[in-house]
Design a protein around this ligand. Structure first.
Ligand SMILES: C[S@@+](CC[C@H](N)C(=O)[O-])C[C@H]1O[C@@H](n2cnc3c(N)ncnc32)[C@H](O)[C@@H]1O
Length: 270
């Protein structure tokens, strides 16, 4: 891994406000989180205790998707935007267990991720960490760390897993996805999941209030139809856009783990 000190050295991490990456780490049972992070999660869990299982199911979807793409589709390059802290079953651990030559670029706009990631994956080959925002996709594509590792003449799996609900409509996440996908060659894939609280009044209210109180904008009121627009122009693999637990699950009757709905899908660019 190259030295990421230039992108994180001058950044101060604010641990008085909740951080999305640290909250997600708590949801997954990790220890890279603080009381402010846990308090916000616990507020939401008071209405839906299943949010912990929902986060796990989302992560399990990501692992199944990466396994499928590495094993069955021959993908060896992964661009994981909104990657979270690389503490739990990372993309590189999953892909490199199948082929040690698999290359992974992690991108997150939370400086905690870049700071922690540097030490957590120090010395591991074929991994880069980029501090970047999916709302500025061209900035991500132009980053020299990404350019060093990703060959845009070869297929890439673009991962946007549980991140786009943090981008408001005004930031046009659909245009950001289009720009990223347009940069990839044919044979590439999009792996995406998105929380949808559109039909869940009580949980949506609790969740919106909890986030708003901390000045964090959540855009989880998007419907399945709005989320499916992220895949426009791509070929959705079977079983299409479904709840995370239903995406190629080994379970014959996938459980409903939470009130929270997280839609997930994988699509190919032809
Ligand atoms: C719920 S976690 C998802 C982690 C991982 N993708 C997964 O699904 O297992 C969301 C991550 O997206 C990051 N994030 C939120 N908004 C972002 C943005 N605009 N650009 C890049 N990353 C963002 C957060 O910091 C957090 O680490």
């Amino acid at each position: 891994m190259s030295d990421t000190s230039t992108q994180t050295d001058t950044i101060q991490i604010d641990t008085t406000r909740p951080g999305l990456a640290r909250m997600y780490d708590y949801l997954l049972g990790g220890s890279e989180n603080h009381l402010v992070d846990r308090t916000l999660v616990d507020e939401i869990a008071a209405t839906d205790p299943g949010v912990f299982a929902a986060a796990r199911a989302n992560r399990d979807f990501l692992i199944r998707a990466v396994t499928h793409l590495t094993e069955e589709a021959g993908i060896r390059q992964f661009l994981d935007i909104g990657s979270g802290l690389p503490t739990q079953d990372n993309v590189h651990a999953v892909a490199q267990a199948i082929d040690p030559a698999a290359r992974v670029v992690y991108v997150d706009n939370d400086p905690t991720v870049a700071k922690h990631a540097e030490s957590l994956v120090r010395g591991e080959g074929n991994i880069e960490i980029v501090l970047g925002d999916v709302s500025s996709p061209q900035g991500i594509l132009d980053d020299p760390r990404l350019r060093r590792l990703i060959d845009f003449d070869q297929p890439v799996a673009l991962l946007l897993v549980a991140v786009l609900h943090f981008v408001p409509d005004s930031g046009d996440p659909w245009a950001a996805v289009r720009l990223l996908v347009d940069a990839l060659p044919s044979g590439s894939y999009l792996v995406l999941s998105h929380v949808s609280l559109a039909e869940l009044d009580e949980l949506a209210d609790t969740t919106d209030r909890a986030f708003e109180k901390r000045n964090i904008q959540l855009n989880a009121n998007r419907t399945k139809a709005q989320i499916s627009r992220f895949f426009d122009g791509l070929d959705l693999l079977e079983p299409g856009l479904v709840e995370t637990t239903q995406w190629r699950s080994a379970e014959t009757a996938p459980r409903k783990v939470s009130d929270m709905v997280i839609y997930a899908g994988v699509a190919r660019k032809n």
